[in-house]
Design a protein around this ligand. Sequence first.
Ligand SMILES: *Cc1c(COP(=O)(O)O)cnc(C)c1O
Length: 455
Amino acid sequence: MKLTSKTDDLKALDQAHHLHPFTNFQEYASEGGRIISKAEHIYIFDSDGNKMLDGMSGLWCCNLGYSQNEIINSVYQQLKELPYYNNFFKCSNQPAVELAKLLVDAAPSGFNHVFFTNSGSEANDTNIRLVHRYYDLLGKPNKKAFISRKNAYHGSTIAAASLGGMSAMHKQARGLDYVYHITQPYWFELGGEQDPDSFGRSAALELEKKIDEIGEENVAAFIAEPIQGAGGVIVPPESYWPEMQRICNERDIILISDEVICGFGRTGKWFGSETYQLKPQLMTFAKAITNGYMPLGGVLIKDEIAEVLLSGGGEFAHGLTYSGHPASCAAGLATLNILMETQIIEKTALQIAPHFQARLAEFKDHPIVGEVRGKGMFAAVELVGDKNSRERLAPESAGAIYCRDRANANGLMVRQTGDAMIMAPPLICSISEIDILIEKFGTALDETAKFFEIS
Ligand SMILES: *Cc1c(COP(=O)(O)O)cnc(C)c1O
């Protein structure tokens, strides 16, 4: 192995020793990747000197970009003051307390309790624990089943992967036998001849059918992302959520809104459930809660659930060494303070997001674009080889993968999921930065059309 530069050294060591998440190990060991070496504002830089506009906010978490000194300083100050103590054995710490209070203030009314974890996956595991405990205390121990949706993403621990609906993950991890999956409201892929609204209603009715099939007395909860993120930014038809909410109201089941991506402004309001006027009893959060700077997740719990949990005797036998970690909570506190003081969520929803969505919608007439969908600073562009038949550009998402590679080469970090190009730019983008993103994306689309000879 001949090493020629520090970057080459790093890359070689990375390939030799570092197993990456959601990565084809064999491919990575031979081809390697990109070392991200620094970041500023909405730009990331790699060790080969490339600069890229980050159209994904990291992994949907750096909603305020990379240069938030207040978050960085508050983590540093906290590490000096109290770098660690646990929240077991009747102990607490100031940042955890203050963050719990601020989250309760930010959440819709009736959410007055928080349980902290380190990640979204652990928060969804915690949901299962909380819900099972809740029904046990109510004297309904048979209510154990969870209903979720195909192509949902709820994390990658065994329980979270099981709650999720990713078939590739299910193939590699034997799931929980009390989790059931119904269809997803993915009109472009599954809607066929139906118009979006009637498709949305019929997708929703599957929840009712599944509850009847399992027996309402056995069903504990339904969990969903208001808009599926990792699944491909699946914005449901407008008819879908009202019908789902009706079913949840009529049935004795808990609605869990997984806000790990939708939370903290992504869809235009503080929580995705507010965008769709949902009334969940539990909300999962992670990612943007610390602007991605420190690991932190958790569950917000509505009063009707909390009252039962608080009334039960005996301990809740669940917790993590780092539940309510002071430095992570300090990062969360600083992030929420920025969101509240600058009103960036409200301002972006008013000015930047409509511009982003309008500019993206201009691509509807592009020869390889089948659909543009989005909400707030969250969007997907479906690539096709034939606009009418919706036939894809190439098998195995090769069209979207090519488009992503072109965008990356042109200095834009975007992702591909299936045949959809997906985007979640930082909320702090300016109008002109959105225009740069659009221009780079347009170039990638043109290059893809040219490569696949579509005009
Ligand atoms: C990322 C994600 C998770 C998992 O969070 P981790 O912090 O990666 O464990 C859960 N739910 C949704 C909706 C997510 O996007």
